[in-house]
Design a protein around this ligand. Structure first.
Ligand code: AMP
Length: 220
């Protein structure tokens, strides 16, 4: 079972992926988080990816597919997983099928207008230690600039600046939007209205998953 979170940057994929993991136990795999980790570790992958990420462009399919393939081979993914930010191109989607052709796919496309995306991303802060996601308007930390979970300092992502956001949105439209048609034709595509509160968006997500995944178990 693979659950795929589509949707533009800032639409709330990471937050919904965390909620899916909490309730149904499917680990959330965020390609952006894995790449940021590689950059902060200074690995070969990180060195190759960093400039593309800072510019708001996509890292090559080859590198990202190899990274995801490696991650989903892990034991915790054998019963299923949720992908946040992958695939972002048709070749990535095709590579995913090639890794495990028999696995069921459910694609949730969290939709949001550009205006809301820009508002949300500008207010987004992430914990520099544990990666927990906050929003200065929608999910305000209890203590200013500190993570509620681990007390780490909250920072703004380097690519969450207005110029880079607009490039990321252009890249999304050009390379990722074709996936809507690709998955619609496979009849595994479900649009989700992303503008409401986190819990209301999650209610839509739960409804789709519970209707479409036979034998889905609640683990929390
Ligand atoms: P995200 O955290 O999902 O917004 O990703 C941050 C950045 O990582 C993107 O702007 C890309 O540069 C890179 N990235 C993440 N996922 C992918 C992917 N599936 N394919 C190519 N580049 C990616």
């Amino acid at each position: 079972m693979r659950i795929i979170l589509l949707g533009p940057p800032g639409s709330g994929k990471g937050t919904q992926g965390d909620l899916i993991e909490e309730k149904y136990g499917f680990p959330k795999i965020s390609s952006g988080d894995l790449l940021r980790e590689a950059v902060s570790q200074g690995s070969e992958l990180g060195k190759k990816a960093e400039d593309f990420m800072n510019r708001g462009e996509l890292v090559s399919d080859e590198l990202v597919v190899a990274m995801i393939k490696d991650r989903i081979a892990a034991q915790d993914c054998q019963a299923g997983f949720t992908l946040d930010g992958f695939p972002r191109t048709i070749p990535q989607a095709e590579s995913l099928v090639a890794i495990d052709p028999a696995s069921q796919e459910v694609v949730l496309d969290i939709q949001l207008t550009d205006k809301l995306i820009i508002e949300r991303i500008s207010a987004r802060r992430i914990c520099s230690l544990c990666g927990n996601i906050f929003n200065l308007r929608l999910k305000v930390p209890a203590a200013e600039n500190l993570c509620d979970l681990c007390g780490g300092e909250l920072i703004q992502r380097k690519d969450d600046t207005p110029e880079v956001i607009s490039r990321r949105l252009r890249v999304y439209r050009e390379l990722t939007l074709p996936l809507v048609r690709y998955y619609s034709e496979k009849r595994v595509y479900f649009p989700i209205k992303g503008e409401s509160k986190v819990e209301d968006v999650f209610a839509q997500v739960e409804a789709v998953l519970e209707k479409n995944i036979p034998g889905l178990r609640i683990t929390s």
